[in-house]
Design a protein around this ligand. Sequence first.
Ligand code: KIV
Length: 267
Amino acid sequence: MKKATTILDIQKMKAEGEKISMLTCYDYPTARIMDECGIDMILIGDSVGVVYAGYDNTLPVTMEDMIYHTRAVVRAQPKALVVADMPFLSYQIDMVSARLNAGRLIKEGGAAAVKIEGGVNVAPVIEAITSMDIPVVAHIGLTPQSLHRMGGYRVQGRNNEQAEKLLADARAVESAGAFAVVLEGIPTALAAKITSESGIPTIGIGAGPSCDGQVLVIHDILGLCEKYAPKFVKRYADLKPVIAQAISSYIQEVKEGAFPTEGNSFN
Ligand code: KIV
């Protein structure tokens, strides 16, 4: 039986040149399927707020939301390394609340690691959390919680000044103790440079093919999110019409009295 994936396994994959697969997941049945397929890392992303709860962005997501969804995923006992996102305002206020909230995702949620958005600006927070022996995945580039500062979901690092800033961010999160870093929405060449300079695995999303691994939002790859369609997403299935067909058939059979039959009823 496959043993549980640890941060050491993830770091070894970079060392050995094996690409790392990661997907977001927010519920028990999907976590079971993902694990049967052999995904390396599962992210309970705060994207849950957008693709699952229907908010316009990730900012309203709470610690309680994250703990609820992390528990649901962990109940599937995945062999994948489970990483939970720290939502907006759970780590920006002070170190005490950052440490407490990271601890809650491990203790109450059952995650093995947490993810934090930001670079140089959150390096002290990463240090504080890793000093509690909680593994941290950093997240730099297009950081959705910084939506208003960025003026929208824009590719980051396109000019020299921004590229230098991102290189500094990557160095800062690694020095602060992050064991991996998500690179979101940055040009391919810059992601390749960060990946080759970095001692920790880079996980790309909209950062080209040179990263050590890739992450996507599960609803995007299954064709279940109509709100937005970023260029970096690849749709591996189109489940919406499949689900709509099943629901329409059910409605029709109920209306016609074709469901339930005797086989669906008790004597
Ligand atoms: O919340 C999320 O799903 C994420 C990924 C897009 C990296 O942070």
